[in-house]
Design a protein around this ligand. Structure first.
Ligand code: ZN
Length: 296
């Protein structure tokens, strides 16, 4: 509190008598005036009490608590609260339990309410998306021109690898007639022309003669367990693989991968299985082919 000085005019006579009386009581005129003013004004108003802030109502706990007893399991607790022991993962997740089988006696668990199922809107039923099926071999319009150049596989059920070749021959007709020649001693299961036309020449279950001396993942003689696909291409690294041919190749690989459960990582070039001896199919990106087949 700070002080102010107030000037007032009082008759000399009045002042002298007041001074004498004040002094007689051990006061001063000034202190008597202050007391008079104080009594007259009254005590300072009491500050109205600041109302305490409205208490924020505690949100209703959305869960119940449960203290684990001897012999409890989460599924037992789920049955107790939900009537369904298989709903224990709800409690496990709500309590951040990594291993639902590990609860301990005295552990306090929060039991959330079951979320009521969202009622289905009465709109037209949504058609589930039709799964995209890979093309089947039947979808691919494959011509059958048999080659005499094949024998039996050691295990006709063991088909795990797809080998891609380039023929070093410029026409489909030329390749097919060469594979039909019994003195050529070569063949492949499939030949794909530049226009995308696919010709099958050896049945999948049979052993075509395309790989020669070869090995993949440590297993020799890839002809035993591989499927051979010949692409009509000069294999000079410049001759392109036209889009129609590549598309047929991707579709054929997709169908075969699906039918025989072959990993796309086991789609290989001839150069993968006969390194140093073979370079085909030059200019074809096998990694991209694997990705494109897997994307189907
Ligand atoms: Zn080859």
């Amino acid at each position: 509190m700070s002080n102010v000085t107030v000037s007032i005019k009082i008759d000399d006579d009045l002042y002298e008598r007041a001074k004498v009386r004040a002094r007689g009581q051990g006061h001063t005129v000034e202190s008597i005036l202050v007391k008079l003013l104080t009594d007259w004004v009254g005590p300072p108003p009491v500050q109205p009490p600041v109302p305490p802030p409205e208490p924020v109502p505690e949100p209703e706990p959305t869960y119940q608590t449960y203290i684990v007893k001897p012999g409890d399991t989460l599924s037992k607790i789920a049955k107790e609260f939900y009537g369904d022991p298989t709903k224990y993962p709800i409690i496990a997740e709500y309590n951040g339990l990594e291993d639902p089988s590990r609860i301990f006696i005295g552990q306090v668990l929060r039991i959330p309410p079951l979320t009521p199922p969202i009622p289905e809107p009465p709109s037209a039923p949504v058609e589930p998306p039709t799964p995209v099926e890979p093309p089947t071999l039947e979808d691919l319009n494959i011509s059958w021109i048999p080659s005499p150049n094949f024998n039996e596989r050691p295990d006709p059920d063991n088909i795990t690898t797809i080998v891609i070749h380039a023929t070093a021959n410029s026409t489909l007709v030329g390749v097919v007639s060469w594979f039909q020649n019994p003195t050529a001693y070569v063949s492949a299961h499939y030949v794909i022309g530049k226009d995308g036309k696919i010709v099958q020449m050896v049945k999948d279950k049979d052993r075509a003669w395309h790989a020669g001396k070869s090995e993949w993942r440590g297993v020799p003689n890839v002809n035993d367990y591989g499927l051979g696909i010949e692409l009509v291409n000069l294999n000079d690294g410049k001759d392109p693989y036209p889009e129609a041919q590549y598309k047929s190749l991707v579709n054929l690989c997709r169908a075969l991968v699906h039918k025989y459960n072959i990993s796309t990582e086991d789609i290989v070039g001839h150069y993968h299985i006969s390194p140093g001896r073979k370079t085909d199919p030059r200019g074809l990106d096998i990694n991209k082919l694997r990705q494109d087949v897997a994307a189907g």
